[in-house]
Design a protein around this ligand. Structure first.
Ligand code: NAG
Ligand code: NAG
Length: 141
């Protein structure tokens, strides 16, 4: 009984210590700048398990667009993003938009609208069907 409990605890501890250690990299430029700082020299390692989000601020001025980027915790970024929601009017002068994303270097270059890239990868259709089937089966059991 105790042995089992200890095993479970150790197992979870092990997972926390290794498997779930999360570190991402983001582009970071602390001051607003016109260059969108998406070149390698702006890449930083975010704090492990704390900064799980890349934040990007885009400010539109009459003479151009300014960028600020950083690592952030997801909570901090979401709060900032929500707080600026009413100032975010893309295409208008003085618009400020804050966006959050959670994969390495996701606050990089402006996302290209490339429709061909959005086409579903071959094989992902069946995979989705499979996981649906598994979900249904496990529910019935
Ligand atoms: C980030 O961490 C990796 C290894 O974890 C290291 O090789 C790299 O130099 C670090 N980059 C910076 C900018 O600190
Ligand atoms: C879109 O992606 C395809 C393949 O990934 C590439 O060949 C093409 O040049 C891209 N188009 C643009 C406008 O980036």
């Amino acid at each position: 009984m105790w042995i089992q409990l200890i095993c479970v605890v150790c197992c979870c501890w092990g997972l926390l210590g290794t498997g779930l250690a999360l570190q991402i990299q983001c582009y970071q430029c602390e001051e607003f700048q016109a260059d969108d700082c998406s070149s390698p020299e702006f890449i930083v390692n975010c704090t492990v398990n704390v900064q799980d989000t890349c934040q990007k601020e885009v400010m539109e001025k009459s003479d151009g667009i300014l960028y600020r980027k950083s690592c952030a915790s997801s909570a901090a970024c979401l709060i900032a993003s929500a707080g600026y929601q009413s100032f975010c009017t893309p295409g208008k002068v003085n618009s400020v938009c804050i966006s959050c994303c959670d994969t390495s270097l996701c606050n990089g270059p402006r996302t290209k609208r490339n429709r061909s890239a959005a086409v579903m990868h071959p094989g992902s259709g069946p995979a989705i069907l499979m996981s649906l089937a598994v979900a249904l089966l496990t529910k019935q059991l």
